[in-house]
Design a protein around this ligand. Structure first.
Ligand code: BGP
Length: 470
């Protein structure tokens, strides 16, 4: 059994579900712009309408209630509630209504402040995350949210996957602003997210908002497994973990960067920012006040030695769901991702590895000893409607194994507060369109009414929650 007050949840993000992209005073975000540039997303899909959660949230919350969900994690759209620095009351009203409806139905709201939809204006004016000016703007935005909702909302996630949107925006070039191979900018923008997280935690803790609430940030974590016991593969694993795991978690949850990685990036001439003693204090103080670590766990990766001469470099990933041969990728001289013969892969070539979740939870407990919110975990798949039903046994299997993996870590003493499946309803996948589905609730995106149909996984999760909370 899980703890009685365990938060069985599901998650979403504003741009991926809300729709209503330009109504009631909402201003454009960088994603409103990016998805309209030909060739940027799968078949040109965008979130203009998405699941139309903006208009259908009552129906969606009724489904959550029916399911017995304990928490719903969603993000606030910055450009819906702030318009050139002025509060947009209609935007605030939407979130008040959503939060009130959740609370009325005994569902704990869990808010993400930033799930990638930066106001376009800030990108255009000063490069968004590239400038430290973002700190002041973000704090003004966070303050509006805390002022409005702190008495109703206990769980706050400042940043969602800051490691992903900066890497994809400045190295792979597949997220806005679409720069390629700009390692220094990637590291700098990531650093700015850490500063923003830290300042926001301090605002929350010192601003009189801390009404028994908890605040953290969610990092996408993909733990590595060495391909063999050979010293070379083990060194490769250490390097991978330092650059792709600890680099992100240390600065958020300890307030410092890991040493070897810092030296490595510095030798490569990639560190184009300074950490003043004031920043240092802010980062450390915030790390000591952060209440939980949020993790989004989807997969692990097998790591092997990657020679400097003729080593493999960075590769683009699968966004069309046509399963293909594994393609190695990595950093020459450090490590590479190799095919794992012991696991299955999804149609999008994502590794299925529940044990990687237990491993991640253990590593985090060991390193930071903080409670953990699993803010995302789930399976993206092609679903078929057969006679009005969706038999997604593959999703049930995936979630069930990851819940067992979570339990295994809890049994070893890791404190896990919540498990949020990505996602509650089907929604837009940033780069993979509407065909990559994650929801418990199917949406027919071809039908203008966007009808909702409960999948088999919906009933399964409903039963599981009931059995755990009776
Ligand atoms: C995470 C994001 C989510 C969601 C999920 C699934 O990285 O935080 O917003 O999209 O991944 O990923 P995808 O849609 O690429 O399959």
């Amino acid at each position: 059994m899980f703890p009685k007050d365990f938060l069985w949840g599901a998650a979403s993000a504003a741009y991926q579900v809300e729709g209503a992209w330009n109504i009631d005073g909402k201003q454009p975000s960088i994603w409103d712009e990016w998805t309209k540039i030909p060739g940027k997303t799968f078949e040109g899909t965008n979130g203009d309408i998405a699941a139309d959660h903006y208009h259908k949230f009552e129906e969606d919350v009724a489904l959550m209630k029916e399911m017995g969900l304990k928490t719903y994690r969603f993000s606030i759209s910055w450009t819906r509630i702030l318009n050139d620095g002025k509060v947009n009351q209609k935007g605030l009203d939407f979130y008040h209504n959503l939060i009130d409806t959740l609370i009325k139905n005994d569902i704990e709201p869990m808010i993400t402040l930033y799930h990638w939809d930066l106001p376009k204006k800030l990108q255009d004016t000063y490069g968004g995350w590239e400038s430290t000016r973002i700190i002041e703007d973000f704090l003004a935005y966070a303050k509006v949210c805390f002022d409005a909702f702190h008495t109703k909302v206990k769980y706050w996630i400042v940043m969602n996957e800051p490691n992903i949107f900066t890497y994809q925006g400045y190295v792979l070039g597949v997220h806005p602003p679409g720069d390629v191979n700009q390692m220094a900018l990637f590291l700098k923008t990531f650093h700015h997210t850490a500063l923003v997280h830290a300042h926001t935690v301090l605002l929350y803790k010192n601003g009189g908002y801390n009404n028994k609430g908890m605040i953290g940030s969610s990092i996408a974590l993909t733990p590595g497994i060495a391909r063999s016991e050979s010293p070379k593969d083990k060194v490769a694993l250490d390097r991978y973990m330092e650059l792709n795991f600890n680099w992100y978690t240390d600065i958020y949850f300890k307030g410092t960067y890991p040493k070897w990685a810092w030296n490595y990036y510095q030798e490569q001439g990639m560190i184009d920012f300074e950490i003043s003693s004031q920043d240092n204090d802010t980062l450390k103080q915030a790390a000591s006040l952060t209440d939980f670590i949020g993790i989004n766990y989807y997969q692990s990766t097998m790591i092997a030695d990657n020679p400097y001469e003729d080593g493999v470099g960075v590769k683009m990933f699968n966004t069309d769901g046509k399963k293909r041969e594994f393609e190695e990728s990595g950093i020459p001289g450090l490590f590479k991702h190799v095919e794992n013969p012991n696991v299955e892969y999804t149609d999008w070539n994502w590794v299925v590895d529940p044990a990687g979740l237990t491993h991640t939870l253990r590593l985090l407990k060991e390193a930071y000893n903080l409670p953990i919110v699993i803010s995302e975990n789930g399976l993206g798949a092609f679903d078929q409607v057969v006679d009005g039903k969706i038999h997604d046994d593959y999703r049930i299997d995936f979630i069930e194994k990851h819940i067992h993996a979570t339990k295994a870590a809890i049994d070893e003493g890791v404190e896990v507060l919540a498990y949020c499946v990505w996602s509650f309803t089907d929604l837009l996948s940033w780069l993979n369109g509407y065909q990559k589905r994650y929801g418990f609730v199917y949406i027919d995106f071809e039908d203008p009414n966007l009808p909702r149909i409960k999948k088999d996984s919906f009933y399964w999760y409903q039963k599981l929650i009931a059995s755990q909370t009776e």
